[in-house]
Design a protein around this ligand. Structure first.
Ligand code: PMP
Length: 357
């Protein structure tokens, strides 16, 4: 009944469903690719020591100048090549709006971040999904067609598969007239960022988040890097929607986190080492594990299969992600937690599998 007040088409939107955020503290939560460790102590100390009264009384810097400078310094860019947003989801949304509303379809893999089709619906963007090959690899020839642009996560989500920079360059060369967005939410866990290609490719936009490798998912901070003309396009869209998407506290905490490069590389190293141990342990249990350069593993369990194992783990207070979707319904996506959490996961998987045989 109340839908009579809605704009036409709103009831047709199928919103994105984020992974569950249960209230229980005792749960081992391996379902949303969060970082298991606390963020940089430099960043957290700011929250304890700083008196934010004045900063909160005023509007924040609408251009997030210091934060953009810190990101630019880290990636050898200039501040005008950096755009920041309220989580990379917001940066993605503004990118879709700014670059992909065209007569041709936007191309992205059939198995990928499931927010992309939602933005297409929201902004009326035509899209064409390109099937991943049987081993979940991306074949670049498939993307050399007339298109509104291309978006791929690298590493891809939820597969974890990574494309080396030469292949990203091939993709950029195949779409010189259109923007190619590389969503690098997970790049810090073993990949090489395409940010180094920005000066050579006017069509490249690289998007990062502080939610994964910086352990700041609750802060909501994402950023895009690209040549100035792309950043200007994003600013135009952002300033037509929300002038102050990054609050004063987030700007300061994120700046400190980005500048703490020692904490960041140490943290990524720990997550990578745990991932490698976990991959071996799952393989030993008979899982088929897709090679991952991210902070999660996509793995196909043996009998009783993915859904039954997901439910059995849940009963034991361990939460992983099960996607009831074509092609990946036989797999579980398991975020990398601490060593202790992963040991508990492995021990419980072993018990559940043994009880089935
Ligand atoms: N891109 C990919 C591929 C992701 O998996 C996620 C996390 N769900 C995001 C972007 C969004 O991350 P955030 O909005 O927390 O920055």
């Amino acid at each position: 009944m109340s839908k009579i007040y809605w704009s036409p088409g709103l009831d047709q939107l199928e919103p994105y469903t984020p992974g569950e955020q249960p209230k229980s503290e005792t749960l081992i939560k391996l379902n949303t690719n969060e970082n298991p460790y606390p963020a940089s102590p430099e960043a957290l100390r700011l929250l304890e020591q700083h008196d934010f009264a004045d900063a909160l009384r005023r509007y924040p810097d609408p251009e997030s100048c210091e934060l953009r400078r810190a990101i630019a310094d880290k990636h050898n860019l200039s501040a005008e090549q950096v755009f920041v947003g309220n989580g990379s989801d917001e940066v993605l949304a503004l990118s879709f709006y700014s670059f992909f509303r065209r007569s041709e379809p936007l191309l992205f893999p059939d198995i990928t971040y499931s927010f992309y089709p939602v933005y297409c619906q929201l902004f009326n963007i035509k899209s064409r999904t390109v099937p991943l090959h049987g081993d979940f690899s991306i074949q670049l020839e498939d993307y050399a067609a007339p298109a509104a642009g291309v978006i791929i996560p690298n590493p891809n989500a939820p597969t974890g598969r990574y494309l080396p920079l030469e292949q990203i360059e091939q993709l950029l060369r195949s779409q010189p007239e259109r923007v190619v967005v590389i969503d690098e939410a997970y790049i810090d866990f073993g990949g090489e960022s395409a940010a180094t290609l920005i000066d050579r490719y006017p069509n490249l936009l690289v998007i990062h988040t502080l939610s994964k490798s910086y352990a700041l998912a609750g802060l909501r901070l994402g950023f895009a890097m690209g040549q100035k003309h792309l950043i200007e396009g994003l600013l135009r869209a952002k300033n037509s929607f929300n002038s102050y998407p990054i609050d004063a506290i987030a700007q300061r905490v994120a700046t400190a986190a980005i500048r703490d490069t020692a904490w960041h590389s140490d943290n990524c190293g720990k997550v990578i080492a745990t991932r490698e141990r976990c991959e071996r342990a799952l393989t030993d249990l008979g899982f088929e594990v897709i090679p991952s350069q991210a902070n999660f593993l996509l793995a196909k369990p043996p009998e009783p299969g993915a859904e039954a194992l997901y439910l059995a783990l849940r009963e034991r207070n361990i939460l992983v992600r099960y996607f009831n979707k074509p092609r990946i319904s036989e797999y579980l996506r398991i975020s990398i937690g601490t060593d202790e959490e992963m040991e508990q996961l492995i021990r419980n998987c072993k018990e559940i599998l043994a009880s089935q045989s």
